[in-house]
Write a protein of this length. Structure first.
Length: 218
């Protein structure tokens, strides 16, 4: 794995993120690398994806909404940094840090929503984000306990928590989250899983076509 991107990522993090967010990211790195070693994923890929996952979390609304509009991510992503920051981060990882590994880019892109058919690396980044040592919220201990036992069980529990919270707030629940829940509920089969909703071609998120030219700030 080419690790020459690490210095650039660290530099960007220093510039873009608060100390608290950097501490969170370090926690995700630590948790994700440990999980990768335990579960047989590539620890270097886990490290890179974890470092990148929140790099756009502190973009202001103007910048993020411009990104969302420019890339036609849809109205649900406007004024919704919780969803949009992962898509922006996948693109920054690709264009600014030269990361081309699709599994790393997907792990970054789906770290908030999850999705049906998640790879092992995607699951690792998703659950490391939710359970890293600095996380402190009701239910996090139950997630950590589930994770000791089975990563799929922990992912499902976390996704259900997200769904319940989002719906209780009467906010938009991303289709990917609902589909991920249904997929984990049938045992997370590696292939041949049904998709509840037939997606239009345009619905599929494609970070290869994103345009960020005017939004890069170094
Ligand atoms: Fe995030
Ligand atoms: Fe995060």
């Amino acid at each position: 794995m080419d690790m020459t991107c690490i210095d650039k990522i660290d530099e960007y993090m220093e510039y873009e993120l608060t100390e608290k967010r950097i501490r969170h990211t370090e926690g995700v790195v630590e948790t994700a690398v440990a999980l990768a070693k335990k579960l047989g994923a590539d620890p270097d890929k886990a490290l890179i994806a974890a470092k990148c996952h929140d790099i756009c979390r502190k973009w202001d609304d103007e910048r993020m909404n411009a990104f969302v509009t420019l890339n036609q991510l849809g109205d649900a992503y406007i004024d919704n940094i919780n969803l949009s920051h992962s898509k922006a981060a996948a693109h920054v990882a690709k264009v600014a840090f030269g990361i081309s590994d699709e599994d790393i880019l997907n792990a970054i892109s789906y770290h908030t929503t999850g999705r049906a058919g998640m790879s092992l690396l995607e699951k690792i980044i998703f659950i490391a984000d939710a359970t890293e040592p600095n996380r402190d919220y009701p239910g996090v201990e139950a997630l950590r306990e589930a994770l000791e036992e089975d990563i799929d069980k922990a992912c499902l529990l976390s996704l259900q928590g997200t769904r319940d919270y989002v719906l209780s707030q009467e906010k938009y629940l991303d289709d990917d989250t609902q589909e991920a829940i249904e997929w984990f509920e049938i045992g997370a089969p590696t292939e041949g899983y049904p998709k509840k909703k037939e997606k239009e071609e345009d619905d599929e998120f494609d970070f290869n076509n994103l345009d960020l030219t005017d939004l890069m700030m170094f």
